[in-house]
Design a protein around this ligand. Structure first.
Ligand SMILES: Nc1ccn([C@@H]2O[C@H](COP(=O)(O)OP(=O)(O)OP(=O)(O)O)[C@@H](O)[C@H]2O)c(=O)n1
Ligand SMILES: C[C@](O)(CO)[C@H](O)COP(=O)(O)O
Length: 230
């Protein structure tokens, strides 16, 4: 099997409250984005990687990547205002007609190649699939700090990336969203919006997105666990 991947890394990382974009924060000697890219560099199913980078950080990112020996990275693509804008730019820069395209957050450095392969296989047979984990907490809907109801959790999934698609299908979904001015927080919600079924592949809780400062503590613990042979 083979696939190509778009890695959006053009955010500002405001919720991380760090001095620099979270993609450049060092974890165990390497920046977050390098941990993420190393997964796809190592995976022989992955043929090409498009990274979408904040316009102001392109030179810094180029210099950083030059100091590593990545072989699959295509020319960097400048990002947009929202994640959705950045991913769309990345998709447009990718030549993958008839192929499988994954989208994976630059800020998710711990996905395992086994789960990526599960996702690619499911995508090949269905057209669209996402990694997700079962929600562990009790979830309530609230308004003005009053509980309105408790949402049955049996069918609730916390959705991660990578998300996998037949290339033309995801490009069409992004174009449709642009035309209809529809915003979603992930790629699959745009595909759902076109009426296409999206399949869930069970992932792992380790595959966190580095969003707020406490996620860095969890990230260090995950790295330590992996050094210990996991
Ligand atoms: N305009 C944007 C916004 C986000 N992203 C990327 O999308 C991924 C997931 O987004 P998120 O965690 O929300 O990152 P930020 O937007 O950087 O964070 P924040 O919302 O806290 O500013 C990240 O790898 C981020 O760099 C992007 O490429 N372009
Ligand atoms: C795409 C995503 O990582 C799936 O969980 C998530 O929706 C990104 O959300 P954010 O609003 O950019 O944090």
């Amino acid at each position: 099997m083979e696939y190509k991947v778009v890695v959006p890394a053009a955010g500002q990382g405001k919720r991380m409250k760090a001095e620099k974009n979270k993609q450049f924060i060092t974890l165990d000697d390497d920046p977050v984005i390098v941990h993420t890219l190393a997964i796809f560099e190592k995976d022989h199913w992955c043929k090409e990687i498009i990274i979408v980078v904040n316009e102001k950080e392109i030179e810094e990112m180029k210099a950083l990547l030059d100091s590593y020996h990545f072989t699959k990275i295509l020319p960097l693509v400048p990002g947009g205002k929202e994640r959705q804008d950045s991913v769309y730019k990345g998709l447009k820069a990718l030549d993958n007609q008839g192929g499988i395209t994954l989208v994976h957050d630059g800020a998710r450095p711990f996905v395992s190649i086994e789960r990526v392969h599960d996702l690619v296989e499911k995508t090949a047979s269905t057209g669209a699939s996402v990694l997700g984990v079962k929600v562990k907490d009790t979830v309530k809907r609230g308004a003005e700090m009053i509980v309105k109801d408790t949402v049955p959790r049996e069918n609730l999934w916390a959705i991660q990336t990578p998300q996998g698609f037949h290339h033309e299908l995801v490009v069409r979904a992004y174009e449709d969203a642009l035309e209809k001015n529809h915003q979603g927080t992930d790629d699959s919600s745009l595909v759902e919006f076109t009426g296409q079924e999206v399949h869930i592949v069970e992932g792992e809780y380790d595959n966190i997105k580095l969003t707020t400062p406490e996620d860095l503590i969890i990230a260090k613990a995950i790295l330590e666990k992996r050094k210990g042979g996991d």
